[in-house]
Design a protein around this ligand. Structure first.
Ligand code: CP
Length: 311
């Protein structure tokens, strides 16, 4: 990994910060790290002088563990902070919390927060580099990178591929980051779901809109099935989960009725039997666990390249 090339951004706050060269550099670097992860000794000393704090103000399984593993594989020192068991519950502000963590000589912060723009706000007030691990319904850049990396791994390239994102587009940070990333890489993108769960501005991002799941699946090479984000819904957007599943759930019967073998993706966590049935999630057309595996290599690449920006 000598002669390191640089990303154009000091932080990773969203896919908005990245150009196509940045994304391709992350993929090239992730490919090298994936080879490391398949060796008997899965560790490199690249970040042994770096300390990273993972601060999570919202629940996470995949992202938190994946970042932590990526940091350990790069030999970084890591500290983990979960808001529920911290002094945030005693009224401490975000800036005070993070500045206290930074006073302990932390170089980089990986943050998940329920509010859109929390990472952008923090990057204007503290000196450390920030990696957004999901901010409200705004962006989840590393998820989009690992999703696109997994499509590239499956098909050799992302350009020209037809990807439909199905479900709760309105409340999904995964959807926005995926759209921005896939469009940068030259994919065709469609969103599919009930009218109430598709934001009105979506056409301005250059994506197609389809409300009929069967038509969307007939069109695509890849279907990325999203969870209904009930925790972000303040009103009812559809009559019942049962009706949603009947209209937008992906089951084996629909999958087998298509005249081509599409690839099925899901960012997790899955609600089996709602947006996707178990036999689809566990089928050979599903690359859901490949996405999780690739997440570690992609996050290693992001952390490694951002560390190269430190002055
Ligand atoms: N995909 C994803 O962000 O999962 P977690 O919420 O478990 O991190």
């Amino acid at each position: 990994m000598a002669d390191q090339q640089k990303l154009s951004s000091r932080h990773l706050l969203g896919i908005k910060d990245l150009n196509r060269n940045d994304i391709e550099l992350i993929f090239e670097t992730a490919t090298n790290f994936k080879a490391v992860l398949n060796r008997p000794i899965k560790k490199v000393p690249s970040l042994r002088d770096i300390t990273i704090a993972n601060i999570f103000f919202e629940n996470s399984t995949r992202t938190r563990l994946s970042f932590e593993l990526a940091q350990k594989r790069l030999s970084a020192d890591t500290v983990n902070f979960a808001a529920a068991s911290s002094s945030v519950s005693k009224g401490e502000t975000l800036i005070d919390t993070v500045n206290n963590i930074l006073a302990m000589k932390v170089d980089m912060v990986v943050m998940r927060h329920p509010y859109a723009g929390a990472g952008i706000f923090l990057s204007r007030h503290i000196k450390a580099q920030i990696v957004n691990a999901g901010d409200g319904a705004h962006e989840h850049p590393t998820q989009a990178l690992l999703d696109a990396f997994s499509i590239r791994e499956k098909y050799g390239e992302v350009s020209g591929k037809k990807v439909v994102i199905v479900g709760d587009i309105l409340h999904s940070r995964v959807a926005l980051s995926n759209i921005l990333c896939l469009k940068q890489l030259g994919a065709e993108v469609m969103v599919c779901g009930p009218t109430t769960l598709i934001p009105k501005f979506i056409g301005s991002l250059g994506v197609q809109v389809e409300h009929n799941l069967q038509k969307a699946l007939n069109w695509c090479d890849v279907a990325n099935m999203l969870r209904i984000q009930l925790e972000r819904q303040d009103i009812k957007y559809f009559p019942s989960l049962r009706e949603y599943t009947m209209l937008y759930g992906l089951n084996k019967k629909i999958l087998d009725s298509l005249d081509k073998e599409i690839t099925v993706m899901h960012p997790g966590p899955i609600n089996r039997g709602v947006e996707i049935t178990s036999d689809v999630a566990d089928s050979k057309q599903s690359i859901i666990l490949d996405q999780v595996e690739n997440g570690v290599a992609v996050r290693m690449a992001v952390l490694y390249l951002l560390a190269g920006q430190m002055s």
